[in-house]
Ligand binder design. Sequence first.
Ligand code: TEU
Length: 571
Amino acid sequence: RPAAPWWTSAVVYQIYPRSFQDSDGDGIGDLRGVLQRIDHLVELGVDVVWFSPVYRSPQDDNGYDISDYQDVDPIFGSLADLDEVVAALHARGMRVVMDLVVNHTSDEHPWFVESRGSKDNPKRDWYWWRSARPGFDGGAPGAEPTNWGSFFSGPTWEYDEATDQYYLHLFSRKQPDLNWENPEVREAVYAMMRWWIDRGIDGFRMDVINLISKVVAADGSLEDGPVADGRYGDLFPHSVNGPRLHEFLQEMHREVFDGRRDTLLLVGETPGATVHDGKLFTDPARHELDMIFTFEHMGLDHGPGGRFDRRPLDLLDLKATLSRWQTGLQAAGWNALYWENHDQPRIVSRFGDDGLYRRESATMLATVLHLHRGTPYVYQGEELGMTNAHFAALADYRDIESLRFADEAGRLGHLTDEQILDGLTFGSRDNARTPVQWDATPGAGFTTGKPWLSINPNHETVNADAERRDAASVFHHYRRLIALRHDDDVVRHGDFELILADDPHVYAFTRSLDGRSLAVFANFTGDPRTVPVSFTATSDALVIGNYPDAPSSDSDTVSLRPWEAVVYRVT
Ligand code: TEU
């Protein structure tokens, strides 16, 4: 077997700097705060830290709207602080991955300021400027060039009176989309990426990278999408996995990564990507990306209304979806494994039980994810079993997506205020963005000031201090799972096979490499479950479990307690 790339043995930790650690009492996490918490990362044992954006930004979308790619926003510190953080992480053996947001910039980026200046500005074509729909006056109702609905509610087009044209923004109106058709745009992005690599960073997490190529007709026009909800057209057919996507990624590889790919980690965020797309992105022979974030398993508890529309998870769907990705990328390609990030509600509140069985269900979910083949990502606070925010009022929310959804739903009147709040309680991105709970003090050890987003009151019991003291905690279980991956090549590289496929309550699979196997059994319910096994599950063979004592088993069954997960070595 050829030597596997370093990132196939790695575990990545995501820091959302705004909510990680505040060092100056302004209620917003910052880079000097990260320096205070490096021991936590070392103890956990992660290999890579990915930072959500810290670049200069008006913070319309918490930094995913960048106005200067080569500077740090003052709320987070300075470039010198960032260099210090990178050096400190490197000194402790960790690599650093930066977020790369190049589908769009901020509307305050100098490129866009120039572009909107006049129709004949040299940077006009760096963004997507289009005139009103034929027969309509600019700015009139329904005059948008296409009918697309934005990820953040409302239309994807903003009218600019000065030049009587619209610009495209798939996200907020302060996030205009860059026009990747223009080679100058691509060269400017590649130059910026080279600058960061030369500065010593170890890779990129590429924000919505499969949105950069749009479907453009020969005459330069963009087309309407199918209308599903009676208001806006779907932007996916014309903006996701577009015709030049793979060409752009291969060009980026040649221009930026050639010769240094071995040391870098390249992970793409790719909403709407299928297993087939996943293969195209991550087959090493194609020179595109190392791994991608699929959204398929994250949509399984969404109803037709999307992320704010809760539908109970059917475990059979989750098993089928994850298995498809596992087996689909087995021969060529690689998976990124995740339950959480700054856009997803907390997994223990979602697929687990954040009340009575918080510890058990959080550790069960961790066991399942970390026993898959791929590179696991741990989002800050996930390793503490942090839960959703359970905010009581709309005024508690800060996230632009949540606020725009509430605003639009309120205006259209198709949801009651209570339904809107329920939707946010379930689906808001702020669920993942409450400050990290370090200790039981009023500021949770996160800040001495007023936090930018409320701290979850359960920090009095759910916090890093308490987790560290308890040997059976979520934190120590994550630590053990990460160590297991480092120690065991079956965990890293074993082939995946789903077993007990029809069991609606227990997720079970094997991992096998060179005649050695592991068998994983996970109870996704709060009731005891007994499953048949075809080997002798002795306590000697138990590799890891999430209860302090071994489960009961006999020669042909394993009995699982509520939310129990066990991994056996099978001989
Ligand atoms: O997210 C893109 C994305 O498709 C979704 O996860 C998005 O968060 C949205 O909630 C869909 O409902 C990325 C970033 O991770 C996100 O934080 C940014 O807001 C977005 O791109 C724009 O840069």
